[in-house]
Design a protein around this ligand. Structure first.
Ligand code: TRP
Length: 431
């Protein structure tokens, strides 16, 4: 059974390099083969617009990234592989989330703050050259994730704050409109090594030290030959520690191959020979993919067709879900006006949580049954989020959640069965 949903996006702003392959493409393709996992991978082309205003580059990058993932073994039959801009529900959800996100929260987003700090340090207006798109980046990303109710979001450390923001958006929305969103979590692969680049720093386009994933074999050889090494002569033992060459080899090799390479370092392999070995090892893994990549690049219509099929699968979820969310927030056909009154009547027949704030400034809630009888009374919380979390947990888990939160709840004379009946009716009402 496929139970856990993983979702991640790739901004279409460049050409994949070996660091992207080792750090994200290869592990994602492997994860997508797990039988218990449902994977959603998409090309974040709306995000790319924030950074890039060259239309051809966006289009080219979209093709290159899609072809790279497919060439690396992503199976579009198993995975929902789509382009963000083919799912118009995503920008619509972005607006809904915009309306439940505090502006102050976005002020604290790392990427935005970095721009502001830089401007401030340069004595400029804090928002100089900051687009509203950059400011809203986390909300668009929240919509990407919440649209598909993904539990797990594989991302690099730099993106963790965005996932936390997406959780907050989910909480705020659920709090206002009922339980619609699952709270996502960042899935950080601790074991995935950051691949060093040609100069030993992290491989990155911005350092210009990268090796394109699909460089030709000859280009690959040339780039590797240009790597800086120390001046030890052939025959002199060499350090594996701190050697970018060795680390890149390790990212491609088995444990046995790596151990054998380390022995050769100790025995004084020449740098030229070590580079030749590194080239051969990378090429062995990449060459078959390179052939597939070139075939796809020569046939963009095929990639286009695959992405459009992916969008159909994505929208099979997104379209009905968005309809439900529109209904929830009150964007409804006017013929439904009449339903509001009976809807209220139906609500009155179920239990409810009442939330309120006391003079002490703290946030409280109580659970009352259909007749208004008090079933549970909370203690005061410093913030509404903690109260909301406990309510959500009660709703999800029923009286089973009481034990762990005894300090925050008084059950009065209600039995666990009364409480469960009330929570059941609440759940049924919001389903
Ligand atoms: N911001 C991510 C990055 O730069 C890309 C991205 C966009 C993403 N939307 C997403 C990642 C949703 C995970 C989930 O790496």
């Amino acid at each position: 059974m496929r139970t856990e949903r993983y979702l991640t996006g790739i901004t279409t702003s460049g050409t994949p390099h070996l660091g992207n392959y080792v750090g994200s493409i290869r592990p994602a393709v492997q994860a997508s083969l797990r039988a218990d996992v449902e994977s959603y991978y998409f090309l974040a082309d709306y995000h790319a617009l924030i950074k890039i205003d060259e239309p051809e580059r966006i289009q080219r990058s979209t093709l290159e990234i899609a072809a790279s993932w497919l060439a690396a073994g992503l199976d579009p039959e198993r995975v929902v592989f789509y382009r963000q801009s083919d799912v118009p529900e995503i920008p619509e959800l972005t607006w809904f989330l915009t309306c439940v996100t505090g502006k102050g929260v976005l002020n604290r987003a790392h990427a935005y703050k970095a721009s502001v700090d830089k401007n401030t340090a340069a004595g400029q207006d804090p928002d100089a050259d900051v687009s509203a798109g950059l400011f809203m980046y986390p909300v668009l990303m929240g919509a990407d994730i919440l649209m598909f109710n993904a539990q797990h979001v594989p991302v690099g450390r730099d993106q963790v704050q965005h996932i936390e923001m997406a959780r907050d958006m989910a909480n705020s929305f659920n709090h206002r409109y009922g339980e619609h969103f699952v709270l996502p979590q960042a899935a950080i692969e601790e074991s995935v090594a950051l691949l060093p680049g040609l100069d030993g720093r992290k491989m990155s386009k911005s350092y210009d030290n990268h090796i394109p994933m699909f460089a030709s074999s000859a280009q690959l050889q040339k780039l590797i030959a240009s790597m800086k090494t120390d001046s030890r002569a052939p025959g002199e033992p060499k350090d594996t520690e701190g050697s970018a060459l060795f680390q890149i080899y390790q990212a491609f090799a088995s444990a046995e191959e790596t151990a054998a390479f380390a022995r050769e370092f100790a025995q004084g392999i020449s740098w030229a020979a070590a580079k030749e070995k590194l080239h051969a090892r990378i090429d062995r893994e990449i060459a078959p993919m390179r052939a597939r990549y070139e075939a796809l690049m020569a046939n963009p219509q095929q990639v286009e067709a695959l992405l459009l099929q992916g969008a159909v699968k994505a929208r099979a979820l997104a379209t009905p879900f968005m309809a439900r969310l529109r209904q929830a927030v009150g964007l409804r056909p006017l013929s439904a006006t009449m339903l509001t009154e009976s809807g209220k009547a139906a609500k009155a027949a179920v239990a409810s949580f009442k939330q309120y704030r006391e003079n002490d400034g703290k946030f409280y809630f109580k659970l009352v049954d259909a007749k208004g009888q008090l079933l549970l009374q909370s203690t005061g919380f410093d913030n509404p989020k903690s109260a909301a979390q406990l309510m959500a947990q009660l709703k999800a888990e029923g009286s089973a959640a009481l034990g762990a939160h005894a300090a925050h709840l008084q059950a009065g004379s209600a039995s666990a069965a009364d409480i469960d009946a009330a929570l059941d009716s609440l759940r049924a009402a919001s389903a």
